[in-house]
Ligand binder design. Structure first.
Ligand SMILES: [Zn+2]
Ligand SMILES: [Zn+2]
Ligand SMILES: [Zn+2]
Length: 452
C-alpha cells in the first residue's frame, strides 16, 4: 500500500472542512472519515488532533483519561422479530437503549435470585475452538454438539454419509448439524461441494475460528435459499444484516497501534480469503470451479430457485460484506460454541450479574432459590456447546439490565479497557470501571503529594 503524507496546509484545510460538515463527531470518527475520504494519506492520530477543533454537544461526564476518547466505534444493531424470547426465557425482555452508542440489551421482567437458570441455548451457528479440532478429526468428538465420545466409534455414533469424515453422536446431531447449526453444511462437505476444499484447508492451516464462523453463516443462508426454506433464508438475512451487532473488521483493526505495520499483510490475507470463499460458495462463470459448483447446486436445488441477484451478490459476497461478517463474528462469538441468538443480546459489564456456563447434559437446575452457582467444570465432565445463563448476583431487580463479561474479570482496568476497545469497539464506563478510575486517581494524587 503506497501512501502520501499531506502537507500541514492540506491537513489543516481538510480538518476544518471535516469539522464543518460533522460538528458533533468525536475525533476518532473524524479520523475514520478522513481515511475514507483520503485513503492514501498517512496521518497519525496525534498530528490530526492538532488541527481538529472539539465537537459541540459533547457530554459533561468526561472520563476522558489516558488520552482515550468517549467516541465509540458504534456497532450497527437492531431488533430481531423472529425470536420468541418469551418462549426461550420467560423472565427476560429486550430493550433498545439508543444511548451513547449502546444499542439493544436484555432486562429482567421480574426479581431474579442467585443460582437461577434463566435459559439454555444451543448455537444457531456452531464454531469450535481450534484446540478441539484434533478430537473432531480423530473421531473422539461430535462435530455438532461438541460432546466428547467415551470411545472411538461410540455406539449410535454416525459419520457424514457423503464424506465419511465427520462424526456425530447420533442421527439427531447429524440432522442439527446440517439443518440448524451449520457445522457440517452441504456446501462445506467436500464430497458434495468439492470447491470448499481450499477454504477448509486454509482455515485449518490458519487455525481461524472466526473464518469458520463466516463460511458457516454464508452457507447457512445459501443452503436455505437454494434447497431449504426460502422464508428461513430471509430470516437469516434479516438477522445478520439488520439485527446482530457488527463492525467492519478493517475499521476495528485500523485503530490498533500496530496497524500501519501490519496493514499490507492483513489486506492481502483478507483478499485471498475472500477469493477462496467466493470460489467455494459463489464462483463466477469465469472461475475454474464454476461447472462443478453448478453441478452440485443442480443436484439438490428446488426447481423454482432463481440465480443469485445483483443485490444478493453485493450483500453476501462483496469484499466489504466479508469484512463486516468477520467483524460480526468477533463481536458475537461465545467461546464455548459459536453464535447464540439470545445470548448475543447481552451487553458487557466488568462486574456482571449473570454467568454463562457450559454445563454437562445431566446438570439439573436448582429448584430452591437463592442457590450456589454450579461448581467449575473439569475435563472429565466437559459440557456440550449448549450454554446455560445463570444469575450470579444475589438479587437482580425488575427492570435492571442483564449483563455478562466479555473479558476476563481478573484483568486490570486498563487491560480490560484496551481489550474491549480493540475487540468490541467501545470504552467501558461500567460502575466498576468508574469506581476503579476514582481509586486510581486518588492514588495518583497521593503520589504527587509525596513527590513534592
Ligand atoms: Zn460430509
Ligand atoms: Zn452430538
Ligand atoms: Zn467496565
Amino acid at each position: 500500500m503506497s501512501g502520501i503524507t499531506p502537507t500541514e496546509e492540506e491537513l489543516k484545510n481538510k480538518a476544518s472542512s471535516l469539522r464543518e460538515l460533522n460538528p458533533t463527531l468525536g475525533i476518532n470518527k473524524l479520523l475514520l472519515q478522513l481515511k475514507l475520504d483520503e485513503p492514501n494519506w498517512i496521518v497519525s492520530e496525534k498530528r490530526f488532533k492538532k488541527y481538529i477543533t472539539p465537537s459541540i454537544n459533547t457530554t459533561s461526564t468526561n472520563l476522558n483519561d489516558d488520552n482515550n476518547e468517549i467516541d465509540e466505534l458504534i456497532a450497527k444493531t437492531g431488533i430481531d422479530n423472529s425470536i420468541e424470547i418469551s418462549k426461550i426465557a420467560p423472565k427476560v425482555k429486550v430493550k433498545m437503549f439508543n444511548l451513547n452508542g449502546k444499542g439493544k440489551g436484555l432486562i429482567a421482567k421480574e426479581k431474579l435470585q442467585k443460582g437461577e437458570l434463566l435459559w439454555h441455548e444451543e448455537p444457531w451457528i456452531g464454531t469450535s475452538d481450534p484446540s478441539l479440532w484434533p478430537f473432531l478429526e480423530d473421531n473422539d468428538m461430535c462435530t455438532s454438539c461438541l460432546t466428547l465420545f467415551q470411545q472411538k466409534n461410540q455406539p449410535l455414533s454416525i459419520k457424514c454419509k457423503f464424506c465419511k469424515q465427520i462424526n456425530f453422536c447420533n442421527r439427531l446431531c447429524y440432522k442439527k448439524s446440517i439443518e440448524e447449526n451449520s457445522t457440517h453444511n452441504d456446501f462445506l462437505c467436500i464430497e458434495q461441494n468439492s470447491n470448499s476444499k481450499s477454504i477448509l484447508n486454509f482455515i485449518k492451516q490458519k487455525k481461524s475460528r472466526d473464518l469458520q464462523g463466516v463460511i458457516r453463516i454464508i452457507s447457512k443462508w445459501r443452503k436455505e435459499r437454494e434447497f431449504g426454506d426460502l422464508n428461513k433464508s430471509i430470516e437469516i438475512q434479516n438477522r445478520i444484516w439488520n439485527s446482530m451487532a457488527r463492525i467492519n473488521q478493517k475499521l476495528k483493526e485500523e485503530e490498533r497501534k500496530e496497524w500501519p505495520f501490519i496493514a499490507k499483510d492483513r489486506m492481502e490475507e483478507w483478499r485471498l480469503t475472500h477469493l477462496l470463499i467466493l470460489n467455494a460458495l459463489n464462483p463466477s462463470p469465469k472461475d475454474e470451479g464454476y461447472k462443478s459448483f453448478q453441478k452440485f447446486l443442480n443436484s439438490k436445488k428446488r426447481n423454482e430457485s432463481k440465480p443469485i441477484t445483483k443485490e444478493e451478490e453485493e450483500r453476501w459476497f462483496s469484499f466489504e460484506s466479508f469484512l463486516e461478517l468477520l467483524g460480526l463474528i468477533g463481536l458475537n462469538q461465545e467461546s464455548s460454541g459459536g453464535l447464540y441468538i439470545l445470548h448475543s443480546h447481552l451487553n458487557h459489564s466488568c462486574d456482571p450479574n449473570l454467568q454463562v456456563r457450559n454445563l454437562p447434559k445431566n446438570w439439573i437446575a436448582p429448584n430452591e432459590l437463592p442457590a450456589e452457582l454450579p461448581p467449575p467444570m473439569t475435563t472429565q465432565n466437559r459440557g456440550t456447546n449448549r450454554i446455560s445463563i445463570i444469575v450470579k448476583k444475589e438479587i437482580i431487580h425488575k427492570g435492571e439490565e442483564l449483563t455478562i463479561s466479555y473479558v476476563d474479570q481478573r484483568l486490570s482496568r486498563n487491560e480490560r479497557r484496551i481489550k474491549l476497545r480493540e475487540q468490541y469497539g467501545f470504552w467501558c464506563f461500567c460502575q466498576r470501571c468508574i469506581k476503579e478510575k476514582k481509586e486510581e486517581d486518588k492514588e495518583k494524587e497521593k503520589e504527587k503529594l509525596n513527590d513534592n
